[in-house]
Design a binder for this molecule. Structure first.
Ligand code: HPA
Length: 274
């Protein structure tokens, strides 16, 4: 417990030495969705390996840098590439950067991911603003002794995704002519994709999109008192009766198309929540 606090302090001190500003928003950019980082007026891009206690990303499509700077004049800190449970990290490791974002002074976490579309109304490259989630991961980042300085023992999850930020997303999307669905995200461990029977089960559970990330970071963000806004980009369609093999190049291509929409939408949102 003391150990985690000390590690957060060490990572935060290192980043502050390079970039002394206070970020308002922390961004986590999902698989193939790193393009938004180009819009940041970058003051520093720190490789994860240089930040004390940060895990190092192992996925090729993830750059693995913490980008610090301003987006439309708002100080932000962005993870270009995230850590996944399936890579072998503990959920404490996966969520460590969120703790650091909070310690740096961020009040909001904005998280994006590539996800499979379970709701048949979804199409490839569609955007979904996450209104709620289902956690099917076999672990929880908040398991263990609770450090009350970081957050409460039993964080409440009646509104993990800020309703006011969802509303702001809807008005911003309307203004920009970008279509955004609203849906429930379910987190699975991966690394395999799901069977047809599993997609049927996830649909029956009430999930609209499925992915291998996001929920751990959101749990820690809620614990830390951050406001959260989450987006999924639909990269493959999970229709049990018409299932085709998921191909990584196609997933990345759809992520890129959805990522372009997010790269227009997110700056407009951020400039209004500063
Ligand atoms: N399942 C789980 N994770 C995913 C998927 C999927 O179909 N697509 C992208 N991430």
């Amino acid at each position: 417990m003391q150990k985690l606090w000390g590690e957060i302090e060490a990572a935060t001190a290192h980043i502050r030495r390079i970039w002394p500003e206070t970020p308002r928003v922390g961004l986590i950019l999902g698989t193939g969705l790193g393009g938004l980082a180009e819009q940041i007026d970058q003051h520093a891009a720190i490789p994860y390996g240089e930040i004390p206690h940060f895990p190092v990303s192992t996925v090729q499509s993830h750059a693995g840098r913490l980008v610090c700077g301003t987006l439309r004049g708002v100080p932000v800190v962005a993870m270009e590439g995230r850590f996944h449970y399936y890579e072998g990290y503990s959920l404490q490791q996966v969520t460590f950067p969120v703790r650091v974002m909070k310690a740096l002074g961020a009040h909001t976490l904005l998280v994006t991911n590539a996800a499979g579309g379970i709701n048949p109304q979804l199409d490839l490259a569609d955007l979904v603003v996450i209104e709620d989630h289902i956690n099917l991961l076999p672990d929880n980042p908040l398991r263990g002794v609770n450090d009350d300085r970081l957050g409460p023992r039993w964080p409440d999850l009646c509104e993990p995704y800020s309703r006011s930020l969802i509303q702001l997303t809807r008005s911003s999307a309307l203004e920009l002519g970008i279509h955004v669905h609203k849906g429930v995200f379910v987190a699975v461990s991966g690394p395999n994709l799901e069977t047809r029977a599993e997609y049927r089960m996830l649909k029956m559970m009430g999930a609209d999109v499925v992915g291998m990330s996001t929920v751990p970071e959101v749990l820690v963000a809620v614990h830390a008192g951050l406001k959260v806004l989450g987006f999924s980009v639909v990269t493959d369609l999970c229709l049990p009766d018409h299932l085709e093999p998921a191909e990584v190049p196609k997933i990345l291509a759809n992520a890129a198309i959805g990522g372009e929409k997010l790269a227009k939408l997110i700056p407009r949102i951020i400039e209004q929540i500063s």
